[in-house]
Design a protein around this ligand. Structure first.
Ligand SMILES: C[S@@+](CC[C@H](N)C(=O)[O-])C[C@H]1O[C@@H](n2cnc3c(N)ncnc32)[C@H](O)[C@@H]1O
Length: 243
């Protein structure tokens, strides 16, 4: 079975189906609430790992100057929203020359940075791009979430004549969560994409952010305003530049 090295080349075709239970409007409202003290509707907003722009679709109602970015051209290109500006770029080497008041990254996109050095590159770029009053808010998946997901290690489905098998596993020693997608296209060819995500310990984020001149203003249990702990499933950071 051929393995596609480029993540999301084929998964982009089934992504709306994989995310069918996610309420992006609710998610967008949460992010608007988190950021309302720091931004206006004229602020420059940047989304990293925006995927097929389902979140940006709603966020643009509040932030008209939003730019959605993602490493995968297939993901960005599968967005039907022609109003959101899109830039295909790696979040570790962002190509912008002006500052942003709000930078967002959602749904574990940052967990795709497997190497600590890439996380440092991202946080350094954020330090360079964030305005002095701006915030960077991002979520990350923690170990508990991986342990919950591997309870159902195989999921299968069909979407627009594409059938898929999704296998989920977690390597506790190396803290790598692996999602393998076996995708059978309409022409019966079968391909595989292997997505690896690093499940960093909770406190590593605090240390690495500080190393890059950033500090954690708040860290919530995702979708709530309750303080996160290392036992949370997914956590939502709100970060600012150290003055
Ligand atoms: C789980 S999807 C989340 C997409 C979107 N945020 C959402 O909520 O639906 C993870 C996304 O991160 C992107 N991604 C992974 N590594 C990246 C990187 N180094 N730079 C930018 N985007 C990246 C993937 O292409 C993918 O679209």
């Amino acid at each position: 079975m051929p393995i596609y090295k480029k993540n999301y080349l084929l998964v982009s075709k089934i992504y709306p189906h994989l995310m069918r239970k996610i309420n992006y409007k609710y998610w967008s409202d949460y992010l608007v609430m988190l950021s309302e003290n720091y931004v206006t509707n004229k602020s420059n907003v940047l989304e990293l790992g925006a995927g097929n722009c389902l979140l940006a679709f709603y966020l643009k109602d509040n932030f008209k100057n939003i730019i959605a970015t993602d490493l995968s051209f297939s993901m960005l290109n599968s967005s039907k929203d022609k109003k959101v500006k899109k830039v295909c770029s790696n979040m570790t080497s962002l190509p912008f020359k002006y500052s942003f008041d709000l930078v967002i990254s959602c749904f574990d996109s940052i967990n795709y940075l497997i190497k600590k050095n890439d996380l440092l590159k991202l946080f350094t770029s954020i330090h360079n791009l964030l305005s002095d009053t701006g915030i960077f808010t991002f979520d990350v998946s923690l170990e508990n979430n991986s342990k919950i997901h591997i309870k159902v290690p195989i999921r299968e489905g069909k979407f627009k004549e594409i059938t898929y098998k999704h296998l989920s596993s977690y390597d506790e020693i190396n803290r790598i969560h692996k999602n393998t997608f076996e995708i059978k296209l309409k022409n019966k060819n079968v391909y595989k994409e292997v997505h690896k995500q690093k499940i960093y310990p909770f406190f590593d984020y605090f240390r690495l952010l500080q190393k890059c001149g950033l500090y954690v203003l708040e860290c919530f249990d995702a979708f709530t305003f309750n303080d996160a702990t290392e036992n949370s499933n997914r956590v939502q950071f709100i970060v600012k530049k150290i003055k």
